[in-house]
Design a protein. Structure first.
Length: 317
């Protein structure tokens, strides 16, 4: 079984100058609208706090409204340091719900309550968009963000899609294209095993091959099945399974230094954006775990010295 070529991750094209200008304008306008929403909330809640006999009315809107951008910034920093906390992103939403309720309570008429309650929501919508963009960019750079499966695939083939999603989750396959490539290899391997061992191929297939088939890690170039693996003997009176002639040439296992040397040569002309685990796995023909390790080592070399030929850190086998 050979490793099939994998589809590369499709990255968004770089922004043109007009698009960059439009993005900057949209960000500034959204920030201005958010500030206006916080200012409107401050005036309304302060006036209500005076009616509610607060000793220092300004502390109520300041304490709530300032906490919203603070927790938003904390969420973005945690994402940047690759230490996200799921519950932190909901704190600004909870605080916004509180300030919206206070604004609604401060209004005298239905229109005033609707207007006062809507203004603080603008800041949370803006911060949620910024957090989403930031998380996607960081996840794409580190390879830790798991790509989503298309809804159309869930509708057209739910059982197989659920099995694909389950393998992606269990074995930390973050790339959807890599998961599809593994699934293609798995289906081809099942066809080969059935052709080799017959209809009862599960009984006669070596245990190691069955485990690799279940994991989806199907015979990478450096993980060939042992040559002495023989199928279990058939019962008396049962026809022997058909077997293909065994291939005589087996590929020698490569050391981590050899893998790293081949990866350096293959990626010498690549840019930092092109240095992904998918491309390295296709170019060097290694397993997914080794491709991610090679990617991290090569990126560390480039970040430290800017020269790929320097002596790197050790790569795990």
């Amino acid at each position: 079984m050979s490793t099939a070529p994998q589809a590369m991750r499709v990255s968004a094209p770089p922004l043109t100058r007009p698009e960059t200008g439009l993005m900057v304008f949209a960000a500034l306008a959204a920030a201005a609208v958010g500030v206006l929403g916080l200012a409107s909330s401050f005036d309304a809640v302060s006036a209500a706090a005076v009616r509610w006999a607060f000793g220092t009315p300004w502390m109520l809107p300041i304490g709530i409204d300032v906490a919203i951008p603070v927790f938003t910034a904390a969420n973005l920093l945690l994402i940047r340091m690759n230490m996200p906390l799921a519950w932190v992103r909901f704190v600004p939403w909870a605080l916004t719900g509180v300030t919206c309720w206070l604004n609604v309570a401060a209004g005298q008429s239905l229109s005033a309550r609707l207007a006062h309650g809507t203004m603080p929501l603008l800041w949370v919508v803006f911060s949620e968009i910024a957090a989403h963009v930031y998380a996607v960019r960081i996840g794409a750079a580190t390879g830790s963000r798991m790509e989503k499966i298309r809804r159309s695939r869930w509708l057209l083939a739910f059982p197989s899609t659920f099995a694909l999603w389950r393998r992606m989750t269990l074995w930390e396959v973050t790339s959807y294209s890599e998961a599809l490539a593994r699934e293609k290899e798995r289906q081809l391997a099942r066809a080969d095993l059935r052709e080799t061992y017959g209809r009862r191929w599960r009984k006669h297939t070596p245990r190691r091959t069955r485990v690799l088939l279940k994991l989806g890690e199907l015979a990478p170039a450096d993980e060939q099945a042992p040559p002495d693996a023989e199928p279990e003997p058939a019962c008396e009176g049962e026809p022997k399974p058909k077997q293909r002639p065994r291939r005589s040439k087996a590929k020698a296992t490569r050391t981590p230094d050899q893998l790293l040397s081949e990866a350096r040569k293959a990626t010498a002309g690549w840019s930092d954006a092109e240095l992904t685990a998918d491309r390295i796995r296709t170019a060097v023909h290694v397993s997914a775990a080794n491709s991610r390790m090679l990617r991290d080592t090569l990126k560390t070399e480039r970040a430290n010295s800017g020269d790929v030929g320097n002596e790197p850190a050790a790569v795990a086998a």
